[in-house]
Design a protein around this ligand. Structure first.
Ligand SMILES: Nc1ncnc2c1ncn2[C@@H]1O[C@H](COP(=O)(O)OP(=O)(O)OP(=O)(O)O)[C@@H](O)[C@H]1O
Ligand SMILES: [Mg+2]
Length: 771
């Protein structure tokens, strides 16, 4: 008889005590790579498995959507394993593949789907879908539950329209970008336009407050929110309406937050309101069957430019803990072992961060052998630097069969630094992934498709309606559109109300009226259909009915073909969304698309070198890390050199970078770099000098020049794939090809794996075709 394994056996004593903590507040503080995220993940499993907490009563906040997805996968694995033992007395792997699939999809449905795991933005946009109709802002503006979420480009153009067209402001004095930034900051501090005007009583402040006020009017007129509203509106709603707050307070009995050092005041208010039902601090807080569990590392706080504030983490125990009935109750756990990095890497990181004055000292002990020295390399210029990095990647993969391209990360301070690395990687025929490059959802055709869907879901969304009114061309000219808009503005109604009324259209638009009627009729049909059809079906229908896809198909250029495959990829993303989520409505999908952050790449990153900024690397780990551009003025950046507090934040960023590396770390800088168009001599970063000399080697072994490219088995490139083929993927295991998307060099495969459908590029991902 095989007994069920102890699932917490892979945790150390401190992690275990954090995981087993049941009710009341708990703060886990610890350095990088000490298993904080792991403890948080296991605690969710333990709450459900051991304490029998219902998954829908758990709210877990992650920093990215990707982290949320990984956490769900992990918890699903643990549960499937547990059930395999209980039901079959066997480990999961020993079951037949049918048994595994059936078991795992049941776990997904019953345990994972009902969990509330995601970023602050995605979780609270979901809550607003239920309750925003009960909210009113200080000027009496209201929103409906089918609200649109405007992204940065939508909000930018709203602001620009207000500053240049409505208020006739000078573009140079009131640069729309900086005005938008000021509004966003105001929202992050919880300031309304009136509050803002009070705090900034000079001319500029008053003007920005006016723009802010008008910006709010327009958001409301479009029944739209911006990203900041997704946090600010719930806070205000909870403060206004006890019933709504009471409902969600009851629902979320256990609240967990990862990366707590990077929360800002408004996000903190949300956590505090939900956990305490808005009661003032007193002995009334009832911690029975309820907990707040946060994990973080003040040394990794790197988002102060988004108002993140690590003193919130430092204040946690006082905020939540000092009025507990039982003073013996534990409110803090420290983790002191690092499981990620080799000792040399860890020592360097610890040494560096000690240069910061604003910190609490903590212990971080290595558990792994010392490993190689840290290599420091100086290239003559940025091209030599890129060549060096790529040569090392080639040499290391050739020498070490366990490494593949996915084992490497190149981390830089600013996005612009990626170009040289991309060029050399391309020449060497090495596939790479830019994390945080152009978002899938920012591509023109995807924005067009989403605009159609947004108009169907929320006809008041005039911004989206204007985007598609004559896309593809249907003979509705600029003058007609202006006249329709003018009527809408004068009557103070959404454009849709004019456009969908035959009589009004006939009166305003003579020649184009037939085309407008057709458009309105088509949108109405799909509005009706969306009441009982899933989001993917609606996309499919409207893209054909509107002639959007036909228009691209007849163009016959590579670019147009590419756009068609992107729309198909969107379709696939939607079917995947429908499989993974409880709420499959159009609104729910649109929210998830708006919130797909630039760190979530739709395509798979396995088997590719990752390129990203140091900020994007938070929470991640890679066997081999290159930190490039280690130069004064670049890293630390020029502003920070003048300002001690910013310098400390740059140093924390450097600490984050170093601690991403598991096996080996490379630091590179140049003798001379082209910056802002000029060639300038470069000065090595002061952070290099802060590392202990004995850990650093400047004697980088010569990389062997080799042309060998890596990839196991037959290169996937030569395989011709068909629907129905069986494919084995390194990570996802065995799957079946359900669609071949695009053609020739652009072919992508949709493959159904146990964990769900994925779109895979067979030219960059190793796939084995089964006979
Ligand atoms: N008790 C343990 N035994 C073995 N490995 C562990 C243990 N705890 C964590 N790990 C491993 O150590 C690595 C780092 O863990 P994790 O990502 O949870 O750390 P973290 O504290 O969240 O790091 P960061 O501060 O960078 O977010 C992971 O690969 C994880 O699987
Ligand atoms: Mg973590």
């Amino acid at each position: 008889m095989i007994s069920t394994p102890d699932f917490l056996a892979s945790l150390n004593t401190s992690q275990r005590s954090a995981v087993e903590h049941f009710c009341g507040p708990l703060l886990v503080v610890a350095g990088a790579g000490s298993g904080k995220t792991r403890a948080l993940t296991y605690r969710i499993f333990h709450l459900i498995n051991h304490h029998k907490v219902h998954p829908e009563n758990i709210l877990a906040v992650t920093f990215t959507n990707k982290a949320a997805r990984e956490m769900k996968e992990r918890i699903e694995r643990l549960f499937s394993q547990k059930i395999a033992f209980e039901k079959y007395q066997k480990p999961l792997d020993a079951l037949t593949s049918q048994e595994q699939t059936a078991l795992r999809s049941k776990v997904y449905r019953t345990v994972i789907k009902p969990l509330w795991i995601g970023t602050f933005h995605s979780l609270f946009s979901r809550i607003l879908r239920y309750d925003i109709n009960k909210y009113q802002d200080e000027q009496g503006r209201t929103w409906q539950r089918n609200f649109s979420i405007f992204d940065e480009s939508d909000t930018q153009s709203l602001v620009k329209n207000i500053t240049t067209k409505q208020l006739n402001l000078d573009d140079k004095k009131f640069n729309p970008k900086s005005v938008r930034y000021a509004i966003s900051n105001a929202k992050n501090l919880g300031l309304s336009p009136q509050d803002y005007a009070q705090e900034n009583s000079n001319y500029r402040g008053r003007v920005i407050a006016d723009v802010y006020e008008e910006y709010q009017n327009q958001l409301a007129a479009n029944n739209a929110l911006d990203f900041d509203d997704l946090i600010l509106v719930p806070v205000r709603l909870f403060q206004q309406n006890d019933t709504v707050l009471g409902y969600w307070h009851q629902q979320f009995r256990h609240i967990l937050v990862d990366e707590y050092q990077d929360t800002n005041r408004i996000q903190y208010d949300l956590v505090r309101l939900l956990a305490t039902n808005g009661e003032p601090k007193s002995e009334q807080w009832n911690w029975e069957q309820r907990s707040v569990f946060v994990v973080g590392d003040a040394d990794q706080s790197i988002y102060s430019f988004r108002m993140a504030d690590y003193t919130i983490l430092l204040g946690f125990q006082e905020d939540f803990g000092d009025n507990l009935p039982d003073t013996e109750t534990q409110t803090m756990v420290k983790l002191e072992e690092n499981y990620r990095s080799r000792e040399n890497i860890l020592q360097a990181a610890n040494y560096l961060i000690e240069n910061n004055t604003h910190r609490i000292d903590k212990v971080l002990r290595p558990t792994r052998g010392s490993g190689e020295q840290i290599y420091c390399y100086r290239g003559s210029d940025e091209q030599a630097e890129a060549r060096f990095v790529v040569e090392q990647i080639v040499a290391l993969t050739t020498e070490n069969p366990e490494l593949n391209w996915g084992s490497f990360a190149i981390l830089y301070r600013t996005n612009a630094q990626s170009r040289n690395f991309e060029e050399v990687l391309l020449q060497a025929n090495i596939s790479y992934l830019i994390v945080g490059g152009q978002k899938f959802y920012d591509r023109k055709e995807i924005k067009d498709a989403l605009a159609y869907l947004r108009v169907i879901a929320n006809p008041a969304d005039t911004v989206s309606l204007l985007r598609i009114i004559n896309t593809p061309r249907r003979g509705i000219g600029r003058t007609t559109i202006d006249q329709l808009m003018q009527a809408a503005t004068e009557l103070n109604v959404p454009l849709w109300e004019i456009l969908s009324d035959e009589t009004s259209v006939n009166a305003i638009a003579s020649r184009a009226s037939k085309a407008i009627h057709q458009l309105a009729k088509m949108i109405q049909e799909y509005q009706l259909a969306s009441q009982d059809q899933g989001a993917a079906a609606i996309l499919d229908g409207i893209m054909e009915a509107s002639g959007y896809l036909d228009n691209l198909r007849t163009q016959g250029t590579d670019e147009a073909d590419n756009r068609v495959s992107n729309v198909l990829e969107l379709y696939n993303a939607m079917t995947q969304f429908e499989e993974e989520n409880e709420d499959t409505s159009l609104q729910a999908f649109l929210a998830s698309a708006s919130l797909a952050s630039d760190l979530d790449n739709l395509e798979e990153g396995t088997g590719r070198v990752s390129l990203m900024t140091l900020h994007s690397a938070k929470g991640l780990e890679f066997p081999i890390v290159f930190m490039v551009g280690m130069e004064q003025g670049l890293f630390p950046n020029a502003r920070a050199i003048q300002d001690p507090l910013s310098l400390e934040e740059e140093r924390r960023l450097c600490y984050v970078g170093i601690t991403r590396a598991q096996e080996q770390l490379f630091l590179t800088y140049t003798q001379e770099r082209r910056l802002w168009g000029y060639r300038e001599p470069a000065v090595p970063s002061q952070f290099l000098a802060e590392l202990p000399e004995e850990l650093i080697s400047t004697n980088v072994r010569k990389a062997r020049k080799t042309r060998k490219t890596k990839g196991s088995g037959t290169p996937s490139e030569e395989i011709v794939w068909q629907v129905g083929d069986q494919a084995v993927h390194q990570v996802f295991g065995l799957g079946q090809v359900t669609h071949v998307l695009g053609s020739g060099k652009k072919t992508n495969l949709a493959i159904q794996f146990d964990i769900g459908r994925k779109i895979i590029n067979p030219r960059v991902t190793d796939l084995i075709k089964m006979d």
